[in-house]
Write a protein that binds this ligand. Structure first.
Ligand SMILES: *Cc1c(COP(=O)(O)O)cnc(C)c1O
Length: 382
């Protein structure tokens, strides 16, 4: 067995991680330009990006897109801080992983009442339960949930829950950070009040820029509600509506990169094409890594084509050491992602980013070689 064919020695390493992730060279090159934050062309780019994200979500009517300096968590925190009223509110947070728990943590910090509905990391929430909780607890005003829980790769039943939330006349606050751009999200089928998204996941741009897509009438009522100055969505939005300017220094290079990433997104076939590519990445990875002895955490019915969690050790190598495997994969130019399960040993491999079948096959073959060198009994390439 020779790894040389697949080694990325003279190339940049491939990030098989859920953000920052592998971006197109053109996206990175778009950043090689300094641009004034008050330049008309920069203002035009901002407005166009905001509009393009609304179009991806089918939310051109009645919704606005508010950009924020910072990673995805900043957008989630801004969404919760601005849109959950200081009084007479209570948020039901659906938790089955780190990101659901983080929303509860944010609400705790900002002192907004909430309760959590928690399921195992391998279980989506029971939609019948959610309906009953909303009937029983009239004090609940909002439901907050994660679309694809990146902790595991689990796809939550966001469409069904959105319908329940609306029929019970509550508001849905959605963290779609790891799904937006790949999984279908249309406000006409998933009626969210607000949704947090990020530039550096399925839109395949660089980190440092995130957004909240928000019902405009709801946002208009939220002046002075946020306890935080820099994460006040209302203030960010009203300043931007006034003269197209960001309130504070914008991440100009990240904005330029996202504009380019969105051009690539559109010219390569948009959301559906991206989903198709990620699905193919996911199924190839799943099959290849299973052949090498790794067991996936989730059944395929719950698996989103975003990131896969594999349990450790693999059956091919009972005394497996992940940090050794990681280091060897890294040497060959493949960056894996450690696991974050509370109860089991695991690691993760991302399906998203500017990566395709060839990259995935190279990843599998490199893993085959590395495992073999570590003493595993793995099937050789046929
Ligand atoms: C990546 C991600 C976030 C944001 O994480 P940051 O580290 O702040 O970028 C939030 N929610 C989900 C589901 C994510 O995958």
């Amino acid at each position: 067995m020779s790894p040389f064919h697949f080694s990325r020695l003279h190339k940049e390493p491939l990030l098989l991680t859920p953000g920052p992730l592998t971006t197109a060279l053109a996206t990175r090159k778009a950043m090689l330009r300094d641009i004034g934050s008050r330049d008309d062309s920069f203002t035009a780019i901002n407005q166009s990006i905001r509009q393009r994200l609304l179009i991806i979500a089918g939310a051109e009517k009645g919704y606005t897109c508010v950009p924020l300096q910072g990673c995805g968590t900043f957008a989630v925190e801004a969404m919760l801080s601005t849109l959950v009223p200081r009084t007479k509110s209570c948020v039901l947070v659906l938790v089955n992983g780190i990101y659901g728990r983080r929303m509860a943590e944010i609400l705790d910090r900002i002192g907004r009442p909430y309760l959590t509905y928690e399921t195992e990391e391998t279980s989506p929430p029971n939609t019948v339960d959610i309906n009953q909780i909303l009937i029983a607890r009239k004090d609940i005003t909002h439901v907050a949930m994660v679309h694809c829980e990146t902790t595991t790769g689990l796809l939550n039943p966001v469409e069904t829950i959105a319908r329940i939330v609306v029929s019970q006349k509550r508001s849905l606050l959605l963290d779609s950070i790891s799904a937006f751009g790949a999984l279908p999200i249309d406000v006409r089928t998933i009626p969210f009040t607000a949704m947090a998204v990020s530039a550096n996941k399925c839109l395949e741009s660089v980190p440092g820029l995130s957004f909240v897509l928000c019902n405009q009438d709801t946002l208009k009522k939220m002046e002075h509600n946020a306890h935080t100055l820099s994460l006040d969505l209302y203030a960010q939005w009203s300043a931007m509506e006034k003269d197209g300017q960001w309130r504070f220094t914008p991440p100009t290079h990240a904005v330029l990169a996202l504009e380019q990433a969105l051009d690539i997104f559109d010219s390569s076939g948009g959301q559906l094409a991206r989903l198709t590519r990620y699905r193919k990445n996911c199924s190839t990875l799943m099959e290849g890594f299973q052949q090498l002895g790794f067991t996936p955490l989730l059944p395929t019915t719950l698996q989103a084509p975003i990131i896969i969690t594999f349990l450790l050790p693999p059956i091919s190598l009972p005394n497996f050491c992940f940090s050794e495997f990681y280091a060897h994969m890294r040497e060959h130019g493949y960056i894996l992602y450690p696991g974050r399960l509370t109860k089991m040993n695991s690691f993760r491999v991302g399906c998203i980013g500017n990566i395709n079948q060839t990259d995935i096959i190279a990843t599998i073959e490199t893993a085959r070689y590395v495992l073999y060198r570590m003493g595993a009994k793995v099937p050789t390439i046929s």
